[in-house]
Design a protein around this ligand. Structure first.
Ligand code: FCB
Length: 476
């Protein structure tokens, strides 16, 4: 069967079947709790910062929120069927902290744990390996009321919560990500203010970045101790949206270095070297404060990841101000860097992000070299203008092209020697796309907002066939 929707001949791309160590490249798809679950008042879930943020006028493009989303809280077996239909190895889901510890610390809500227990079993029954993410941005609001990620106590509460989740699911879920894209949580949340909690704290956002990576290390310690006591293995990593930083011209190299510091080195420095480099401290002098980064903290963070996850969508091209775009929503997200602009070249996806698959190839190779760790691509995908169901499907040809090119780029990086272990497609379902609400769709399955009916798009069928063949089907 060929489901490629047009007649343009496309060269087949051999997906690696065996990696150098004898294992197989794992293929998966991902979602995140707040983006798909809905049921925000059910089974004792407490409020999260995204409930609060979405309720504020003007924060979300279409004024929407995640109250219903894809209703996956009730339809998770349907979702598990869809994943199984793809024949994928993995489903990457995230756990909503406010479902498990509604006040952020202390009391544990068993009904919240029961939900993830059912989800994990539904996946396993269908032969899909569940991989969990502990923090995909839905911080319990009571913790934000105490200062959120600007405070060390949030990192400590995160480790307690992580242990509770792993105690319940660790017998069936062996691969855990602590954080998803802590750059977004820290800098879009506390500097640019375009994500929850919507604060514009300037350089104080570096405190959030530090507490996030500290929280990762504290949680990883607890998960390993627990797995060790239970006599089982565990792989704990962190998923970063590090990006290739390509200065638009030589004069922009300085600002590009600052952007690289805040986007990439703020994580890799502590994780790999147990230190922040000089250029990093120049743009973020806050990180040299011994009351923030206490003695022993960096040593604890160093080496705390077994693997590093990468979410890649687009390269970042800083330029001096006066060129390119000045209204970029991420504009305020790099506190401490001299004024700059972000240039976006054509072609772009429906969300305005430049398409350049060579960025993925470069990012995988440089990250593998820099960290010496296995690399997992934990998100990659495209927003397309694809809301029309015609003859029972959606012809999202652009998405197929995007995925094909990026899979090829991942394969190039692997062939060049990078220790790449997984490639995960964002996302299974059209869902709540944060500040864009439901106006941007990344799913390989269309959702009818009125009925919640799930309709696999052409890209779903394409991916299923790619998985089946472990080679990309040529169009016929
Ligand atoms: C990433 C997020 C994910 C989704 C994609 C499009 O930054 O991790 O939740 O919104 O972007």
């Amino acid at each position: 069967m060929s489901t490629a929707p047009d007649a343009t001949p496309r060269p087949p791309i051999a997906l690696p079947v065996r990696l150098p160590d004898g294992s197989r490249l794992e293929l998966g798809t991902a979602t995140a709790s707040y983006q798909v679950e809905g049921a925000i008042h059910e089974d004792g879930r407490g409020p999260s910062i995204w409930d609060t943020f979405t309720a504020r006028e003007g924060t979300i493009r279409d004024g929407s929120d995640g109250a219903v989303a894809c209703d996956s809280y009730h339809r998770y077996t349907e979702d598990a069927d869809l994943v199984a239909g793809l024949g994928l190895d993995w489903y990457r889901f995230s756990v909503a902290w406010p479902r498990i510890v509604p006040e952020g610390r202390g009391r544990v809500e068993q009904r919240g744990l029961d939900y993830y227990d059912r989800l994990v079993d539904a996946l396993l029954e269908r032969g899909v390996k569940p991989t969990g993410t502990l923090y995909h941005w839905d911080l319990p609001q009571p913790l934000e009321d105490e200062g959120g990620w600007l405070e060390r106590s949030t990192a400590e509460a995160f480790a307690d919560y992580a242990e509770v989740v792993a105690a319940r699911l660790g017998d069936r879920v062996g691969l855990w990500a602590t954080h998803n894209e802590p750059w977004c949580a820290a800098y879009l949340g506390y500097a640019a203010g375009v994500h929850a909690p919507g604060r514009r704290e300037g350089g104080r956002a570096h405190r959030a970045a530090f507490h996030l990576v500290l929280g990762h290390a504290l949680a990883a310690e607890r998960l390993r101790a627990q797995a060790g006591a239970a006599g089982r293995g565990i792989d704990v990593g962190i998923v970063l949206n590090n990006a290739p930083i390509w200065p638009a011209r030589p004069e922009a190299e300085d600002v590009a270095d600052g952007v690289d510091a805040i986007r990439n080195r703020v994580w890799l420095g502590p994780l790999v070297d147990g230190a922040y480099d000089e250029g990093m401290l120049r743009v973020a002098p806050e990180l040299a404060d011994p009351d923030l980064v206490r003695e022993g903290d960096l040593a604890r963070i160093q080496g705390s990841a077994d693997w590093v996850g990468l979410n890649y969508y687009t390269p970042v091209r800083p330029d001096l101000p006066g060129e390119g775009r000045s209204d970029h929503p991420e504009g305020g997200a790099y506190p401490g860097v001299a004024p700059f602009e972000l240039v976006v070249r054509q072609p772009i996806t429906d969300i305005g992000w430049e398409i350049d698959a060579t960025g993925l190839d470069e990012l995988i190779r440089t990250t593998a070299e820099r960290t010496g760790l296995p690399v997992l691509v934990m998100e990659n995908g495209a927003a397309c203008a694809d809301t029309q169901v015609v003859d029972g499907t959606v012809q999202d040809t652009d998405r197929i092209d995007y995925l094909r090119d990026h899979l090829a780029a991942a394969e190039r990086a692997r062939a060049a020697g990078a220790d790449l272990r997984a490639y995960v497609v964002w996302t299974l379902l059209d869902n709540f796309e944060w500040a864009e609400g439901y106006t941007k769709t990344f799913g390989i399955v269309h959702i009818d907002p009125a009925t919640q009916a799930r309709t696999p798009k052409a890209s779903y069928h394409w991916l299923a066939e790619a998985v089946r063949e472990r080679t990309t089907p040529p169009a016929s």
